[in-house]
Design a protein around this ligand. Structure first.
Ligand SMILES: *[C@@H]1O[C@H](CO)[C@@H](O)[C@H](O)[C@H]1NC(C)=O
Ligand SMILES: *[C@@H]1O[C@H](CO)[C@@H](O)[C@H](O)[C@H]1NC(C)=O
Ligand SMILES: *[C@@H]1O[C@H](CO)[C@@H](O)[C@H](O)[C@H]1NC(C)=O
Ligand SMILES: *[C@@H]1O[C@H](CO)[C@@H](O)[C@H](O)[C@H]1NC(C)=O
Length: 466
């Protein structure tokens, strides 16, 4: 009896030592030692990952790699009869067969599994995830499920009672099937749906009371969204098309929003104050911005952090950056403002081309704003005017950063990559950056109060001198 207990105890110790080793070493140890072979069975986390090596190989080689990989995974998994906690199958550019994946999942998905990742490369005939493995209570232990490039089409309610984090990326699943998946997922905290192209209507039910973080990213056919989960604190939302009905419903407590959308700045200014009255942090990424942000009376009473990103090609040369002042006026609590633009080259009305004086904006005091950063600062006249307005109306300002590069300015000259060579940048862009430096010296430097820490980002003097 005592001997049995000692053995059991030793085995637990082996298991414990083994579980602390990285997987590769653990697998090797299992080959050389009987004790380790035994404890390999209780090794908790298995990751099988193959990717880069499969690139740039011909079809024959790819098949051979897949066959070798299959043999390897089979060997490890079949020996692993114990209950694993974490299984990650991550195969890019490898022709792993569906029947093999099925077999591995059958071994791995036991009533003890807590984390499951199946991350595959893009394939037109998507792998059909064997969802019955998770039904009838056998998925009850799963806390984290992360799937990509497969079809997940449950026909019964799954009830993953421990699920806290779900990520579906390029997964074929409809809104109704998602409901089946989420049924009983009462403790779900994070839900991420990326490019799930079969979802047309998305409903986030009110009983997901723990859900705090929702990401809906480029689900291209999504037309209607209805959010009833009340306790969401963060939403990341990216739309590729116009949305028919966008109802954020009862997410009144929402504090953080990241919005990727067309005319997102305009939409945000006009609509968001009434939808999310508690918003504290707003990031707006505008695919294209046609009109100026409207001047409307609604307020972002609690907004502290505002970040606006205009990627390349999103702005017309005549875009009036000063319309962003509408946000300052609406946000009495605003502390940080960051603007990132891609300089439109010489196409915009430049401060140097237009000799008429700078516009005077409507007088308004901003007495909370402390930190302002503009990346992609150019000679655009309205951008210079915006900066002057901020300096003249913000008594509380502590930091001002104007970066004439795309954000990668020295002292960390990231223009020099590992081999010591400079990244090529269009000569036009470098010239515009140097003109922008001149605009800063001419119009801005002189009016920066001495208490403000003023930083200017310049092109790398080594790589991008004129
Ligand atoms: C196994 O995964 C769990 C959960 O992610 C983690 O806490 C633990 O450190 C991992 N163990 C090993 C040996 O990688
Ligand atoms: C596959 O495994 C065989 C035998 O171990 C080996 O000779 C061959 O080089 C492997 N092929 C690839 C592409 O890794
Ligand atoms: C679940 O269990 C029921 C009853 O035990 C059985 O009839 C059904 O086929 C099972 N469903 C799946 C998907 O395994
Ligand atoms: C899902 O898994 C992929 C591949 O391992 C990883 O890059 C990604 O960050 C994971 N997603 C989440 C939300 O954990």
């Amino acid at each position: 009896m005592l001997c049995f207990l000692v053995c059991l105890c030793m085995q637990e110790i082996w298991c414990h030592i083994h579980s602390l080793m990285p997987m590769q070493a653990a697998a090797q140890a299992a080959c050389v030692s009987r004790s380790f072979l035994h404890s390999w069975r209780c090794y908790p986390n298995l990751t099988f990952s193959r990717g880069i090596q499969c690139r740039n190989v011909n079809a024959h080689e790819a098949d051979e790699i897949a066959t070798n990989l299959t043999t390897k995974v089979d060997r490890s998994l079949v020996k692993h009869t114990g209950s694993m906690k974490k299984l990650k199958l991550e195969f890019y550019n490898c022709n792993v067969k569906a029947c093999d994946l099925d077999r591995w999942l059958q071994i791995g998905v036991t009533p003890a599994i807590e984390e499951l990742t199946v991350w595959l490369s893009w394939d037109r005939k998507k792998y059909k995830f064997p969802w019955p493995l998770l039904s009838n209570g056998s998925g009850n232990s799963i806390r984290y499920l992360n799937l990509s490039n497969c079809a997940f089409r449950p026909t019964v309610r799954l009830g993953l009672r421990s699920l806290t984090k779900l990520c579906l990326c390029d997964v074929l699943i409809t809104g109704d099937e998602l409901s089946c998946l989420l049924d009983n997922a009462f403790v779900l905290e994070q839900l991420s749906l990326q490019r799930c192209s079969k979802i047309i209507s998305l409903k986030i039910p009110s009983w997901l009371r723990q859900l705090s973080d929702l990401e809906v990213f480029e689900c291209e056919r999504l037309q209607a969204m209805e959010i009833e989960a009340q306790y969401l604190s963060k939403i990341t939302f990216a739309a590729v098309n116009e949305l028919g009905q966008l109802s954020f419903g009862k997410a009144l407590q929402l504090k953080i929003l990241e919005l990727y959308y067309y005319d997102a700045v305009c939409y945000a200014r006009a609509e968001l104050p009434s939808i999310f009255p508690s918003l504290e942090s707003l990031t707006i990424f505008s695919w294209s911005e046609m009109a100026s942000a409207p001047m409307v009376p609604s307020k972002f009473s609690y907004l502290k952090h505002l970040s606006v990103v205009f990627p390349a090609g999103s702005l017309s040369p005549t875009y009036d950056h000063c319309s962003l002042i509408s946000f300052f006026d609406a946000s009495p609590s605003l502390e940080t403002f960051s603007l990132q633009v891609v300089p439109i080259g010489a196409k915009h009305p430049s401060i140097f081309a237009d000799p008429s004086g700078l516009r005077k904006m409507r007088e308004h005091r901003h007495d909370k704003l402390k930190n302002v950063k503009i990346v992609g600062f150019s000679t655009s006249k309205s951008l210079v005017e915006l900066t002057c307005h901020i300096l003249e109306s913000t008594t509380s300002l502590e930091y001002l950063t104007l970066d004439t590069t795309d954000g990668h300015s020295p002292p960390r000259c990231s223009s020099v990559h590992r081999l010591g060579k400079c990244f090529p940048i269009d000569r036009d862009v470098i010239l515009e950056a140097h003109r922008a430096l001149l605009a800063i010296r001419t119009y801005i430097q002189g009016i920066v109060p001495s208490k403000v820490k003023f930083t200017v980002g310049k092109p790398c003097s080594h790589c991008h001198a004129v």
